[in-house]
Structure formats: structure tokens, C-alpha cells
Ligand binder design. Structure first.
Ligand code: NAP
Length: 249
């Protein structure tokens, strides 16, 4: 068991499937109370049922400020505090530059960058008053650059900068802000990728295989725990070594 997660209140966005669901399960196993947030609330109830902890499910679009404020208010009304925020919800709308539509640019920026900004801002007063808090942003190894993902890579690069800036701004309130950068992970998001694109990504993978959602959940749990207390403003790549250099394209 990790230190200091017992009875902590954790909000996880995009908790309905994939990495967000795994993070919710892991934090619940560590004794946290979990607030499961997703734009599609249908899948949240099933996940909440399997967890052996107090839960709250909230339907919210994190790119909308009124939804985000309501999410934090509901959490405080139910549990009285917010200890952990995991900004996990994210989308892809891939395409090469010449074919990338303005709408695909805006949608990805709204969910992947503006959403976490709104969520961080919404929990700040509460964490400041508590003089404690942990924020973990799920970025991606693609923040280093990835062909066909100008919008996605830029959004995650922006989220890396947001992470580092807020780490500096919020440290004096004992709020840690870190990021986890997954490599290729087996989730519904990657299952929907074209076969050829997935094969190309696997060729660039030093381990030759995808990581699991539990690999990411373990890193998030560690950074959310007391064991990660002096870690701030860091980007933890959980990618089987891919960020060390590109292999063949
Ligand atoms: P996923 O399977 O697509 O799950 C994301 C969840 O977020 C879905 O339930 C989705 O709902 C929800 N969501 C989408 N837009 C939302 C919004 N505006 N407000 C609230 N919830 C919203 O994705 P994943 O693969 O688990 O990825 C989770 C995070 O890890 C993302 O930030 C992603 O960029 C990052 N990541 C993933 C990988 C990978 O290999 N999978 C690699 C690097 C980084 P709908 O399904 O209804 O849209």
C-alpha cells in the first residue's frame, strides 16, 4: 500500500473507460474515495459498483466551465474536500497538417488543454484552504512530437507547460502538480486507431508491445500519494523507453 491515500477524495476525469477507469480502480484499492467523471455517464455506474469504497459519479464535459464548477461543488457537497485531481479525459482527432480541420484543432484543444486548466482552477481554492493537494495531468509521449498529431501533440505539450507552471505557482500551498506521459497503451482509444498507424507505432516501441492501463494507474497512484510528496513539476514518461529516442519510422 502507498502512503497517505486512505480516505483521500480523488476526482478522476474520463473515468468511464480505459486509463481513467484503471486509475479509479487503483486509487480505490489504495483506500481513496473516488469521484468518477465522464462526458458519457452510462459506463460510470458499472465501474462505481465494482469499487469497494465510497464513490460519486458525475456526468460532465470538462471543456465547459459550468460543468466543471458543478463537478467540484457536487464533490464538496458529498465529501467536504478535494485532495486529488487527475486530469485524464482526452481525445484524438488525428490528421496530417493539410487535412486537419479547424474544428478538429479546436475540439482537441478544448478537451485536452482547456479542460484541465478549468479543472485545476476549479479545485484551487479548496486545495489552498486545505493547504494540501495533488494534481496529476495525463499528457502523452506525443508531446515530444508525433507525425499526424499536430493538434494532439500541441495540446499535450501545452499541458506539460501548464503542469510545470502550476507546480511553481501552487507549491507554496503544498499542492503538487505533476504529469504522467503514457506511451502506447492498450485502451479503447488505441483500439479505434487504423491498423496501419498502430503497426507503425508498435515498430517504434522498444518493448515491441503496448503498455497496460495498470502501468499508468500505478504511476498516478504514486504521484498522488504521500510517497511522492517532494516530487513536483515532473513529467513521468511511462512508455517502455520510447521517449529515449525514436527507432525506425
Ligand atoms: P479513452 O479510452 O478514449 O477514454 C477517455 C474517456 O474520456 C472516455 O470515456 C471519454 O468519453 C471521456 N471524455 C472524452 N471527452 C470528454 C470530455 N469533454 N469531458 C469528460 N470526459 C470526456 O482514452 P484513454 O486511452 O484511456 O486515454 C486517457 C488519457 O490518456 C487521455 O488524456 C489520452 O490522451 C492519454 N493517453 C492515452 C494513450 C493511449 O495509448 N491510450 C497514450 C498517451 C496518452 P467518450 O468515450 O464518450 O468520448
Amino acid at each position: 500500500m502507498l502512503n497517505g491515500l486512505q480516505n483521500k477524495v480523488a476526482i478522476i476525469t474520463g473515468a468511464g473507460q480505459g486509463i481513467g477507469a484503471a486509475i479509479s480502480r487503483r486509487l480505490a484499492q489504495e483506500g481513496a474515495k473516488v469521484v468518477l467523471v465522464d462526458i458519457n455517464a452510462d459506463c460510470l455506474k458499472d465501474i462505481a459498483h465494482e469499487l469497494d469504497t465510497e464513490t460519486l459519479t458525475i456526468s460532465a464535459d470538462i471543456s465547459k466551465k459550468n460543468h466543471v464548477l458543478n463537478m467540484v461543488e457536487q464533490t464538496k457537497n458529498t465529501f467536504g474536500r478535494v485532495d486529488i485531481l487527475v486530469n485524464n479525459a482526452g481525445i484524438i482527432r488525428d490528421g496530417f497538417l493539410s487535412r486537419l480541420s479547424e474544428d478538429d484543432w479546436d475540439k482537441v484543444m478544448d478537451v485536452n488543454l482547456k479542460g484541465p486548466f478549468l479543472c485545476c482552477q476549479a479545485v484551487f481554492d479548496t486545495m489552498k484552504a486545505q493547504n494540501s493537494g495533488k494534481i496529476v495531468n495525463i499528457v502523452s509521449r506525443s508531446w515530444l512530437g508525433n507525425i499526424g498529431q499536430a493538434n494532439y501533440s500541441a495540446s499535450k505539450g501545452g499541458l506539460v507547460s501548464l503542469t510545470r507552471t502550476l507546480a511553481l505557482e501552487l507549491a507554496r500551498f503544498q499542492i503538487n502538480v505533476n504529469a504522467v506521459a503514457p506511451g502506447l497503451i492498450e485502451t479503447p482509444m488505441t483500439k479505434n486507431m487504423p491498423e496501419e498507424a498502430l503497426a507503425r507505432l508498435l515498430r517504434m516501441q522498444p518493448t515491441g508491445k503496448m503498455g497496460s492501463v495498470d502501468d499508468i494507474a500505478a504511476a498516478v497512484a504514486f504521484l498522488s500519494s504521500g510517497d511522492g510528496a517532494f516530487i513536483n513539476g515532473q513529467i513521468l514518461h511511462v512508455d517502455g523507453g520510447k521517449s529515449c529516442g525514436l527507432l525506425s519510422l
